[in-house]
Each structure stands twice: as C-alpha cells, then as structure tokens.
Design a protein around this ligand. Structure first.
Ligand code: PLP
Length: 398
C-alpha cells in the first residue's frame, strides 16, 4: 500500500511551494540577509530583488510595479483595501459586497456593521452568480466601496468583476476584488480594467504561506493599514519579508509563463474527475456554473451522506479534500456559499470541494475516483435514507 503518498486535491486551501520558488528563496535565508532599508551596500543590495519581484507580480497582473504593495497574506490585502476606501471617503458609510465572499471580507463586513457602517450583501443565483442590475441598484451616494470576489474559493465560480467594476466606477465608488483564488489561474490584465484594488495571496499559486499583495491603481487614493516605517513607499510599514516576497515574484513569473498549458492540463484532470463522479456515483450534483469556473475546482454534493464523513474516510485513504472552505471546515455548519446558492437541503451537507493543481496526475484522479466510489457506497449502505436511493437520478447543475 502507498500509505505515505498523499493524493492532494485541496489546492484552494493551499498549494505546494514550487521547487523553483523554494530555490529562489534560499539565498535570502543565507548570505543575503541584509535589511533592504539599510544605508550600507550589504542591506541595500537586497532591495533590487524586491523590485524584481514587484515587476514579476505586476507582469502577471498586467499592472505597473508602482501599483503593487506586498502584504503578509490575502486577508491583509482585503482588509487593507476595504479600510483604505473607508478612510479616504470618511463621509461614506455604506459598503456593498456579496453573500459568498471569503471570511476575509465577510467577517470584516460584519465587524464594520457593528461599528456603524451599513453593508449590502448581494445574493447569488443557483449558479453562484451575482445580478449586475442588483449591484447597480445597490450602489448609493454614500457607498464607499464595492468588494466582489473574482473567483469563489469553494466552487471556483468566476464573478463578472470587470462589468461590476465598470458599474461601480460609473456610480463613483471604489471597486475592490478579492482575486486570491484567481491570480495565477485566470488571465488578469489591470491595464484594461476598471478595477481599483485587487488582492492576491502567494500560497494559492505555489509561493509560501504568509505573503500576499494588494494592487492599487495609481489614480486611486490610498490610506495604509499598517503605519510606521517608510517601506512599500509608505503604504505598508514593516521590514519586508524578503525571502517570501522573492518567492511570490518567482511564483508569479512561473504562473505568467505557464498559465495556458497548466490550465489546460488541470482542467482536463478536473473534468475527468467530475465526469467520472457523475458516471460512477448516483445522486451526485455539481455546485456552480460549470462553464465559468477556475480550471482546478469542482464542488460536488452527494445525497444521503455527510461531507465530513466523506472527508474523514478519504483522508484514511491518504486523499486530501475539503468540505466547503478550509477556513470553516472546523464547523459543521453548511457552507454559507452553498446556502446562498440554494443548494437543496438534502445535498448541502454532503458537499466536497476537490481542487487540483498541475502536480496532480491522471493516475491520481483514477485512484480518487475508485476510493470515493467505495466511500460513498459504504456511507450510503449505513444511511437510514438508503431505500430512497433508486428514486433519484444524477442531477447536473449548469
Ligand atoms: N480570499 C479567498 C477567496 C481565499 O480563498 C482565501 C484563503 O483561503 C483568502 C482570501 C485568505 O488568504 P490568506 O490565507 O492568504 O489570508
């Protein structure tokens, strides 16, 4: 038995650091340990590597390097963007976001409500899409910021952020997108965009955990979250995490170079997995619009079974997946994303997110399909509802 091999299909939770990224970071744990702000050459020489990383990330995003601020993570980028908009427009007390955001935005929105802001949470349809007319109607004179995620972490569903940004701009508010699950997976070009701010996290595309970035369009007023030293042009104080910033730059360079070939490989594997599930397992349904998703993600619900039980039994077979978002998987509450999409009650508890990467193989997908089929069968054999099984066919949700 291949007991030590991990079949890792949880890449929306985090990804493996690419070998090239790891190699690129090593000198900064060794000889190149100087502080980039130091006046002497030993420290100062390090600044050039930060600048190079900024260029590389800017290239991935179709941005200019002055528009990139390095942060510690996607959550910091989201918080920085939203607090900045509220500070630069202190008279505006309204925020628009969606019901399906990551907690990095949703929990902040809830906090802002408690301290006196008003928040509109846009609903989504059964496919996970927002309605652009509803967005248009929700923006008011006192709306400081609209924050709509680019790609959903649980379903991979891609939101029409460019259109949403145009609408927001025409109404005079700032538009932010949490692109943590999009960067490196879908083409992004800020040069031809109305998006004002965009969040990125390194560990979702093969850089290490604990480094991120915020894109801020040059013309957009900005107020820093962390005030102190002059780092990041006075926009984010704190001595730079040089090795991780270099790693993020390398990951961005690799993503920019390989995005097309990797996407086509990963989406083929995802489709093989998805089609295999629908063929082999009754009463399974795909959650989210199938044609507008990130290439690596599928969210599948199995009737009559609990997602947590599936996850634990798959984990015993060395398969790593997630029920809903990794950040909320400690709780047994159904995913807020699937609830917002009106996934039927009898399905919503049996949901599993499979998220692949370029490191997965066809052989791994075959292994997962075999084990998953057996796990679902075992769980359904134990289920009190098993008699009903024959009454339902597969449901594919487009
Ligand atoms: N936004 C989305 C959509 C995410 O999926 C995540 C992480 O799961 C975050 C924000 C938070 O990123 P980080 O873990 O880098 O803080």
């Amino acid at each position: 038995m291949r007991k030590n091999r991990i079949y890792y299909l949880d890449n929306n939770a985090t990804t493996r650091v690419a070998d090239e990224v790891y190699e690129a970071m090593l000198p900064f744990f060794g000889n190149l340990y100087g502080n980039p702000s130091s006046m002497h050459h030993f420290g100062g020489q390090v600044q050039k590597y930060i600048n190079e990383s900024r260029e590389k990330l800017a290239a991935l995003l179709g941005a200019s390097s002055q528009e990139i601020i390095f942060t510690s993570c996607g959550s910091e980028s989201d918080s920085t963007a939203i607090w900045s908009a509220l500070r630069v427009c202190p008279e505006k007390k309204h925020i628009v976001t969606t019901r399906v955001e990551h907690p990095a935005v949703l929990s902040l929105a809830k906090h802002l409500e408690k301290i006196g802001y008003e928040v509109t949470y846009l609903p989504v349809d059964n496919d996970g899409n927002i309605d652009l007319d509803e967005l248009r109607n929700s923006i008011r004179e006192d709306t400081a910021i609209v924050s709509v995620m680019w790609a959903n972490n649980e379903t991979g569903v891609i939101c029409p952020v460019e259109e949403a940004a145009e609408i927001t701009k025409s109404k005079g508010a700032i538009f932010h997108t949490d692109a943590v699950q999009a960067a490196g997976k879908v083409p992004i070009n800020m040069a031809n965009s109305a998006i004002d701010m965009l969040s990125v996290s390194g560990h979702k595309f093969h850089a290490p955990k604990g480094v991120g970035a915020l894109y801020v369009r040059k013309s957009v007023p900005f107020s820093p979250l962390i005030i102190g030293g002059h780092q990041e042009n006075g926009r984010r104080a704190g001595t730079e995490n040089v090795p991780y910033i270099v790693g993020l730059g390398k990951a961005a360079e690799l993503a920019a170079k390989n995005i097309e070939t990797e996407n086509s490989k990963v989406s083929k594997l995802r489709d093989k997995l998805e089609n295999g599930i629908l063929k082999k397992i009754d009463n399974a349904r795909i959650n989210g619009k199938r044609d507008k998703r990130t290439p690596n993600t599928t969210n599948v619900s199995f009737k009559y079974v609990e997602g947590e039980s599936i996850l634990i039994m798959l984990s015993e077979e060395n398969i790593a997946v997630s029920t809903g978002s990794a950040c909320s998987s400690g709780s047994m509450e159904p995913s807020h994303v699937l609830l917002a999409m009106n996934v039927p009650k009898e399905y919503v508890h049996g949901s599993i997110r499979f998220s692949l990467s370029v490191y997965n193989t066809e052989e791994e997908v075959d292994y997962v399909l075999d084990k998953l089929t057996a796990v679902i069968k075992r769980l359904r054999d134990m289920s009190p509802f098993s008699d009903e099984k024959s009454a339902f066919g597969n449901e594919v949700h487009h």
